[in-house]
Design a protein around this ligand. Structure first.
Ligand SMILES: Nc1ncnc2c1ncn2[C@@H]1O[C@H](COP(=O)(O)OP(=O)(O)OP(=O)(O)O)[C@@H](O)[C@H]1O
Length: 134
């Protein structure tokens, strides 16, 4: 079962609604709920050649969704000290903040033991290109 704490469906994906018991009820964030299989397909089974980095959360892969959209897929490392609460907090904070210079969270996956965040993919550009693209 995926995302047992999430509800409602829209366009083939579940909408993520944080359980307000977890958040104190003061905000509700909405992101897409991906199945593990969707992200496995998008990253060619998390293939080494799609690996683009590693941070505190875990390994990051480049993926391509069925519709052709490129995404960054952040997988929570098994040894990571970031647990479910941090996972929810990252979704909560990133989905509530929108800014042209901040990468946007697209969705997440909590399927079995897997905890994965999906972001829009950003090309590796110089900072001035990223900041002054318009
Ligand atoms: N949206 C993205 N688009 C393209 N590459 C990304 C994206 N997000 C992360 N990466 C790549 O993955 C690497 C690790 O990113 P991640 O956000 O997990 O950690 P970090 O920001 O480097 O550090 P920390 O875990 O402390 O936040 C980045 O340095 C970058 O190369």
């Amino acid at each position: 079962m995926s995302c047992c704490f999430f509800g409602a469906r829209k366009e083939g994906h579940d909408l993520v609604h944080h359980d307000t018991r977890d958040t104190g009820g003061d905000s509700i964030a909405s992101t897409k709920n991906f199945s593990f299989n969707e992200l496995r397909l998008a990253t060619n089974n998390f293939h080494q050649t799609n690996k683009i980095g590693r941070g505190g959360f875990g390994t990051v892969y480049k993926g391509t969704l069925k519709q052709g959209k490129e995404v960054a897929v952040k997988t929570l490392a098994a040894e990571s000290r970031q647990g479910l609460q941090e996972f929810l907090t990252e979704i909560e904070t990133t989905s509530n903040v929108k800014h042209p210079n901040l990468v946007e969270i697209i969705g997440c996956c909590a399927d079995g033991n897997n905890r994965i965040l999906v972001y829009e993919y950003l090309e590796n550009r110089s900072l001035d290109q990223a900041l002054f693209k318009d």
